[in-house]
Ligand binder design. Structure first.
Ligand code: FEO
Length: 395
């Protein structure tokens, strides 16, 4: 169903209430998502992005109820990833000759996925497209935000920035705008999206934000491709991105572990107790990896100044899901974060060294040799774990 967002601009996307995993199984979406597609009906009719392929037929049927598909003059593909381009094959069966405006990399992406020779029109930053009634689309390449093909499109006079993935959130809602949804949900999903998807590209993002701000575009709406449209103080999310892109951290220490027979779990909790005793201000959070959502923990890592990782020793090494989680942190290229390791062992006891090496390889600065405990922690060992926590808090 078409919903007007400003003058002759409408939302024609899909709300996906039941989505719980995105990017295969890589990203948890507890609150669903939306795939936002937009229709501009000036002298020229323009469709900006489509929806994920499972909803392709539904999308085309709905669109055909709103307009004669033959009246679409231009399609803009801000990004080739399937959640935005997935309905193109179904749509292009009806209008095969309609030009598709996108970056050179998006042509590679769209051809690679759909193997079609559509009428691609390659655009670069600053290129414009006249859509009549004195309005233009201005294209801005957003390379690596978050794919090499990403771009944003700005609609003059209405001052709408169609930002695609940037500034988005995986949040299913019937409310179109940022001021109409639960603000805690919105904040949580916006930072989770940044932490889990955009963190590796923070250095690029810093430059791109400067470049976009230097264009002095008047922006009334930031129409993202996931979640809500920013209309109430739309620059608030740009300011947040500026903070997040600058090696963001809060006064938080996060303890992440897995455990076999609860020894390492006891250490985690005692270390947390020690941190709390030594520093009344610092936020301490503890997560058992086996019982927590990895993407939610990544958001906590993103907010942390120090991350403690624990695993017992198994087969001269560490538990595999701890190794997998450290690999995920490495992929995300966190900067300016400290780390320390802990773990119980019965025989050979390599886990703490393995954890230290992996955390350094993942870009963290280890601030201690770590805390090893032989067998299950007794009262003295628990006291030592508290002292270790106090030492970490003071480092
Ligand atoms: Fe990069 Fe929402 O897709």
């Amino acid at each position: 169903m078409k919903k007007q967002i400003k003058n002759k601009v409408s939302w024609v996307g899909k709300v996906d209430w039941e989505l719980r995993k995105f990017h295969g199984n890589e990203y948890s979406t507890h609150k669903g998502s939306t795939y936002n597609s937009y229709l501009i009906q000036e002298e020229k009719t323009v469709l900006i992005d489509t929806v994920w392929s499972p909803f392709a037929e539904e999308f085309v049927e709905n669109l055909a109820q709103e307009i004669d598909l033959d009246n679409i003059d231009y399609i803009v593909a801000n990004h080739g990833e399937n959640d935005h381009s997935g309905a193109l094959p179904a749509l292009m069966k009806h209008i095969p000759d309609t030009p598709i405006y996108c970056t050179a990399n998006a042509v590679k992406s769209l051809k690679g996925q759909y193997h079609q020779d559509w009428d691609f029109r390659v655009v670069k930053t600053g290129d414009t497209l006249d859509i009549g009634n004195g309005k233009e689309l201005v294209f801005v390449e957003m390379m690596m935000l978050h794919w090499p093909d990403s771009m944003a499109t700005y609609l003059t006079q209405d001052n709408v920035l169609f930002s695609n993935d940037a500034f988005g959130q995986h949040l299913a809602t019937e409310k179109l705008y940022n001021d109409l949804v639960d603000q805690c949900d919105l904040d949580e999903e916006a930072i989770k999206y940044y932490a889990n998807i955009l963190t590796p590209f923070s250095p690029i993002l810093r430059k791109k934000l400067d470049e976009v701000l230097s264009l002095n575009l008047e922006i009334d709406l930031i129409a993202t491709s996931h979640g809500v449209i920013w209309r109430d103080n739309p620059m608030q999310i740009v300011e947040k991105y500026s903070q997040w892109a600058n090696d963001y951290q809060e006064n938080q220490i996060t303890i992440i572990y897995d455990t076999m027979w609860n020894g390492t779990k006891i250490l985690a909790e005692k270390i947390a107790e020690g941190i709390g005793l030594a520093d009344q201000e610092v936020v301490v959070k503890v997560f058992n990896l086996s019982k927590s959502d990895e993407n939610d923990i990544i958001t906590e890592v993103f907010k942390s100044k120090t991350v403690l990782v624990g695993s017992p020793t198994i087969s001269n090494s560490i538990l595999h899901n701890v190794a997998g989680f450290i690999h995920l942190m490495k992929e995300l290229k966190f900067k300016n974060k400290k780390a320390a390791a802990f773990g119980c062992y019965g025989w050979s006891g390599e886990s703490v060294k393995v954890l230290n090496d992996l955390m350094e390889d993942a870009g963290f600065e280890t601030i201690d040799n770590g805390f090893k405990n032989h067998w299950n922690p007794d009262v003295d060992a628990q006291e030592s774990a508290i002292k270790f926590g106090e030492k970490i808090a003071k480092t």
